[in-house]
Design a protein around this ligand. Structure first.
Ligand code: COA
Length: 445
């Protein structure tokens, strides 16, 4: 059977940076360590005046097409995942195709285009759509371009303001992929939840604490569903577990929950029992409340054990390096977690071919999805092409007043003129609006 999966990946970060410890925390009168240690974030990326979800997505896609030597004829499908769309009818993928047609010979007229929406999980759903399209034999030898692009902005003063971010991830989904093969082992945890939503408004209505509980509850449900097809999972089965990362502190909780679940009834649980006891079993407690309290105490003990800390350091921590510098990219977030992990393995000289990843995606509203992937032979050559560190380092460092201007500039209800902080070069830029209020773009050579 032909392998299908991610052949190539490219990342484009918004070109501005808000330093959370140095710039944001002092203005908010908060301890910088709330951000760097508690949330696990050092900085957020923001879009410059000439950037938006279209330019960031098109710029990531162009880097990917150039690097792979692709022409529009090689692409049979363009799906954009976003929760920052500015149009209820015309999909962002048409704008991105229009941008790319400015710079390539040929066109995307025979490519199927769409837009996926389910909060942050839509990027992974778009990967699934592409996988299914290829597996169904409808791709005529062509690849799918999946672009996850977002400007994750919250209303000023909202607790979510600390976890903003902006950037795009472009992925090429192909037969015989170089990076990872997707598997059919997949599980879902999905329920009608009210944790984060944007009822025709730009900035989210969010119940942050609730969203963290829902993330964990749905992720656990997805893991159980995954195991019902793939069999019981063990912490040693996977080289890395990239999770959706709204902020690394969320993944700290998800990693612990996953580990506790995976070691239950294994020799790892038995060995740890000498130090921290066996995991509480619900049937041993009078009521749910007493059981949950015992679980919380046990988790506190578990996270301090050397075994857990070593596993977390190897399997989870490497997935967080990019997120710590750029914040939440919504639909792209789990895909930068995978890229962070592979990049760290390449830097450490590890041989990952044939190793497996377990990928945990989440979208508020709410749905979690867990699936397995197998790293392919060409992974290292592919991942070494990323220049994300250079992009992160060359962002313009905003003062707090400048940040407020940038936030206003990207507020759809305000019309704020703002000078660019960076000089566009070899990239698509937003140039204004046309007669039907459509957005206009140019390529700056
Ligand atoms: N040093 C170290 N850690 C500190 C600290 C300090 N000085 N001050 C606070 N912290 C820790 C807190 O203990 C907490 O960690 P914990 O949850 O492990 O206990 C963490 O930093 C965050 O602090 P908290 O007071 O809970 O932050 P908050 O009330 O401002 O809100 C969110 C945090 C995540 C709820 C908020 O940013 C939000 O709503 N984000 C958007 C929604 C979201 O991303 N949800 C995730 C699911 S998709």
């Amino acid at each position: 059977m032909t392998a299908v999966g991610i052949d190539a990946i490219e990342i484009w970060t918004g070109k501005l940076k808000l330093d959370l410890a140095e710039t944001f925390a002092p203005e908010k009168g908060e301890d910088p360590e709330k951000y760097t240690k508690g949330l696990g974030l050092h900085a957020s990326s923001f879009p410059d005046a000439h950037e938006d979800i279209v330019t960031m997505g098109a710029n990531a896609a162009k880097r990917l097409m150039d690097r792979k030597g692709l022409t529009p004829d090689d692409i049979g499908r363009i799906d954009v995942a976003t929760e920052s769309a500015f149009d209820n009818s015309k999909p962002v993928s048409t704008y991105i195709a229009g941008c790319l047609e400015q710079v390539y010979d040929g066109d995307f007229h025979h490519a199927n285009k769409g837009e996926r929406k389910f909060a942050c999980i839509a990027g992974t759903q778009s990967l699934d759509d592409a996988y299914n399209w290829i597996k169904a034999g409808r791709n005529r030898g062509r690849s799918a371009l999946v672009v996850a692009t977002d400007t994750a902005l919250y209303a000023r003063g909202d607790p979510g303001e600390a976890t903003q971010g902006a950037g795009a991830v472009a992925m090429l989904i192909s037969e015989d992929p170089s990076l990872v093969e997707l598997s059919t082992d997949q599980g879902y945890g999905s329920a009608d939840e009210t944790d984060f939503l944007k009822p025709n408004q730009q900035f989210p209505s969010v119940d942050g604490k609730r969203s963290m509980q829902v993330y964990l509850a749905r992720m656990r449900e997805a893991l159980e569903d995954y195991e019902s097809v793939a069999g019981a999972s063990h912490p040693d089965d996977f080289a890395y577990i990239p999770f959706h990362t709204p902020f690394p502190g969320m993944v700290r909780k998800a990693g612990l929950l996953g580990y506790r679940h995976m070691i239950r009834n294994t020799t790892v649980e038995e060995e740890l029992a000498e130090e921290i006891g066996l995991q509480p079993r619900e049937e041993d407690y009078e009521d749910r409340e007493a059981y949950e309290e015992a679980i919380r105490d046990h988790m506190d003990d578990l996270k301090s054990t050397a075994e857990y800390r070593e596993w977390y350091g190897e399997v989870i921590e490497p997935t967080l390096s990019i997120a710590r510098q750029v914040g939440n990219w919504y639909t792209g977030s789990v895909h930068i977690a995978r890229a962070s992990a592979l990049k760290s393995a390449a830097e450490a000289g590890l041989d990952l071919a044939d190793k497996r990843l377990l990928v945990g995606s989440y979208g508020s509203g709410a749905q979690a999805e867990i699936h397995a992937e197998t790293v392919q032979d060409g992974w290292k050559d592919e991942i070494e092409q990323l220049n994300v560190d250079d992009q992160i380092d060359s962002r313009y460092d905003l003062s707090f007043e400048e940040y407020e201007n940038v936030h206003d500039r990207h507020n759809h209800d305000k019309t704020i003129e703002m000078e660019d902080f960076t000089v566009p070069e070899e990239e698509f830029v937003f140039t204004g609006r046309g007669r039907m209020n459509e957005r206009l773009y140019d390529y700056v050579a």
